[in-house]
Design a protein around this ligand. Structure first.
Ligand code: MN
Length: 735
């Protein structure tokens, strides 16, 4: 034993012995010997490694193995693979060695696990490709995916010790890929825990807030559940059922999700909990008949909503879920969802179908597992089954987000679906891209901006006289083409920028003016940039005459969104220094070179991330913005955690929606409230009224979310107002 302290060694042995104990019921002596052997190999291999938290690395594979058997219900092969899952990637041990020691099966599982982590490594442009590889690995053996989920769950549970940016990346990826995967595999409790943990890191404030609210409302909820279940309990007792009733609150993530989607507060997410009746079936009667009998008892007591019956007892879900769901009218006119399950069904619901074998006896465990694994594989392979729903969960349909096209020689090339002929040219070779003049798609001559479709055969026509044009950047979508084009323009830009700078000096001298900040602000507005170098470049490109220049300076600056810029010499900006990924980036009144994303319009105080679009532009998104979630997962290297401190100089656009009862003077009351708020400036207001109900939208400039929340609170006190909430401002919409 190397380097570990006595206490650490004790801890490692204790954890390992616990693992052995957990496996005792379904392993033979021989199998336990193999587990010991795998542990020893992993222990030696990781002997000099520690996790970010400082603890011995070996504790991680042990924890993953424990999750795999205890929380998912996998068997011996999976314990071995879980113990060895990081050795090939992180240590000297090779797949061959594992094959030699443990045989082909274990080697192929470890190989699959090693490949998946490679696939999810920091690559920004290969996401769809990655995903297909993952699916292909899955069809090899589902255990690989399930152990990977256990691995991810343990990493999420121990995410605290990672840097904020790593936390964002891992949580984003988990929300985007692993949680939906867990859902599809029927691993509900894992899915739920993953989502809650993601929320904790992606939106810490909201997470804490909801957790707090759940705690505060617990007593009331318990009282209600008792009131609701008491009559059911006595009837079920009369009928001799062995059962348990529980009312679990919904997951924090699902509450948050609902609040976000419907833009409502915590107390308006009415179905915060579902009642679960879990019973031990009596002998001699089918589980199905008993579920329906309990349903009949419940609906004798409470009126059911007939369109809300979900019968997954007669026809289990594809992932194995079985239960009977009903929604009934509970005391106080509240709809309550009731889930009726046997304890076997409950086990499956909580831990996935792998839990199933417990009820079949330990002897045929692996064959039971194999059957389940085969079933899931078939489900994923069958294009007609609802397995394709699975892809919808990914928010982007990753299969249709890619197309396959052909070279003249018939080679297949995979490109993003929005690719053009020019993307194809750059994919083949950057020299072909630079000198492309046109293309033949399916033997027809087309322009370089021609959008490609799946199955197209493309031939690029080149000319050595051709030079890349700036315009091309508008119609290439692949990262490779963009990067190549940009680097070729960089040199050219420098020359043009220089010309622009000289030209601006000349114009100012001609008008007998000084280059002050007003001049620059107007120029920045006119050219829609906030970067001096870009400005010089645009001036250099246009070579405007002094008449046009005068017009620009005369224009009053009126800007729909507020943009921010730093007036400084670009040479002195060290862009890299802004992106120390180990700590959150602070954005405040002194910051420059950032833009507010128009898709979600965050304001200071929101949970935000920064996306480094290019060297001198940081785009700030709300962490909850779908685009931010996507960026986190697909371009995480460019995403930084941002701490947006309170501003006192710059104001930001926020939007509030109002609902209420139409009343004379209500508009006036609202505007009075707004004008009294010192830190708020109204930009626009729009009220509509029909049938005695009015709805309003107000756009205001605020310094931070506190200002906005104060305003919302004060507006909610106005007589007649029934609902006030912050509203998203979409791209380009105005009131
Ligand atoms: Mn791992």
């Amino acid at each position: 034993m190397k380097k570990f302290t006595v206490n650490e060694k004790k801890l490692i042995l204790r954890e390992f012995n616990e693992l052995l104990q957990l496996s005792e019921s379904f392993t033979t002596d021989e199998q336990r010997e193999l587990i010991r052997k795998a542990f020893n190999m992993a222990y030696e291999a990781h002997a000099n490694m520690r996790r970010k938290s400082g603890e011995p690395y070996i504790l991680h594979p042990i924890a993953v193995a424990k999750i795999a058997i205890d929380e998912i219900g996998l068997g011996t092969k999976s314990i071995l693979a879980a113990l060895l899952h990081d050795v090939v990637e992180d240590t000297e041990i090779t797949i061959d060695e594992i094959q030699h020691q443990f045989g082909e099966k274990i080697a192929s599982l470890v190989d699959g696990l090693t490949k998946i982590s490679g696939v999810f490594a920091n690559r920004s442009d290969l996401q769809a490709e990655n995903f297909r590889k993952v699916l292909m690995t899955m069809t090899g053996d589902m255990r690989v995916i399930i152990i990977k989920l256990a691995d991810r769950l343990h990493n999420m549970r121990t995410l605290d010790s990672m840097s904020p940016n790593k936390q964002l990346k891992i949580a984003g990826e988990t929300l985007f890929i692993y949680a939906p995967l867990a859902h599809r595999l029927g691993l509900y409790s894992i899915k739920q825990e993953l989502e809650d943990l993601c929320l904790k890191y992606l939106h810490p404030h909201e997470y804490d807030h909801i957790l707090q609210q759940i705690k505060e409302t617990e007593k009331g909820r318990l009282t209600y559940i008792n009131r609701f279940s008491l009559p059911i309990t006595s009837r079920l007792n009369e009928e001799g059922y062995d059962f348990e009733i529980s009312g679990r609150p919904k997951s924090i993530y699902s509450i948050w999700n609902k609040m976000e989607k419907k833009n409502v507060g915590f107390d308006q997410v009415y179905d915060l909990f579902a009642i679960r009746i879990i019973f031990k079936p009596k002998p001699n009667l089918t589980e199905k008949a008993q579920c329906w009998n309990i349903y009949s008892i419940v609906t004798d007591l409470y009126i059911p909503k007939y369109d809300r019956i979900r019968d997954w007892v007669s026809q289990p879900k594809a992932n194995g879920y079985e239960a009977l769901h009903a929604t009934v009218m509970g005391p106080g006119g509240k709809w309550v969802e009731v889930q009726i399950r046997t304890n076997r069904m409950n086990e499956i619901a909580e831990r996935g179908y792998a839990a199933h074998w417990k009820y079949k006896g330990a002897s045929d465990q692996e064959s039971e597992l194999d059957r389940w694994i085969k079933q899931i594989r078939e489900m994923l392979e069958d294009p007609k089954s609802d397995a394709l729903e699975f892809l919808d969960d990914f928010k982007l349909n990753l299969f249709t987000s890619e197309i396959m096209v052909f070279t003249p020689k018939g080679e297949i090339i995979t490109l993003p679906s929005a690719s053009t002929a020019l993307d194809f040219a750059f994919y083949i070779h950057s020299e072909i891209g630079f000198h492309a003049v046109g293309a033949k798609v399916n033997h027809k001559l087309v322009g370089l901006n021609h959008p490609l479709r799946g199955g197209d055969q493309i031939e690029i026509i080149t000319s050595q006289k051709q030079q890349p044009e700036l315009l091309w950047l508008d119609f290439v979508t692949t990262a490779k083409a963009k990067a190549k084009l940009k680097s070729s323009f960089r040199e050219k830009r420098r020359i043009i920028s220089n010309e622009g700078k000289n030209h601006l000096e000349y114009l100012l001298i001609e008008l007998n003016m000084q280059p002050n900040s007003t001049v620059f602000r107007k120029l920045f507005n006119h050219y829609k940039t906030r970067n001096k170098e870009k400005l010089y470049f645009k001036i250099g490109e246009e070579k405007i005459d002094s008449e046009t220049f005068k017009q620009i300076l005369k224009k009053r600056s009126r800007n729909k969104y507020i943009k921010f810029w730093g007036i400084e010499n670009p040479e002195s900006t060290n862009a890299a220094s802004m992106f120390d990924k180990s700590k959150p980036l602070i954005v405040d009144d002194n910051s420059r070179n950032y833009t507010i994303a128009h898709c979600c319009n965050p304001i200071p105080g929101d949970d935000v991330i920064g996306y480094k679009a290019d060297e001198d532009d940081l785009i700030i998104h709300k962490t909850s913005c779908p685009n931010a979630i996507r960026l986190n997962s697909s371009e995480s290297t460019k995403v930084v955690k941002v701490e947006w401190t309170t501003h006192r100089i710059l104001a930001f656009l926020g939007r509030i929606s109002l609902k209420g009862i139409d009343d004379i003077g209500i508009v006036n009351s609202c505007t009075t409230v707004i004008s009294k708020e010192l830190n708020v400036n109204m930009r626009a207001i729009n009220f509509e009224s029909h049938d005695g109900i009015f709805e309003g939208i107000i756009d205001v400039y605020v310094y931070n979310t506190t200002d906005l929340n104060n305003l919302i609170m004060n507006l909610s006190k106005v007589k007649g107002i029934t609902q006030v909430a912050r509203m998203e401002i979409g791209d380009h919409d105005s009131i």
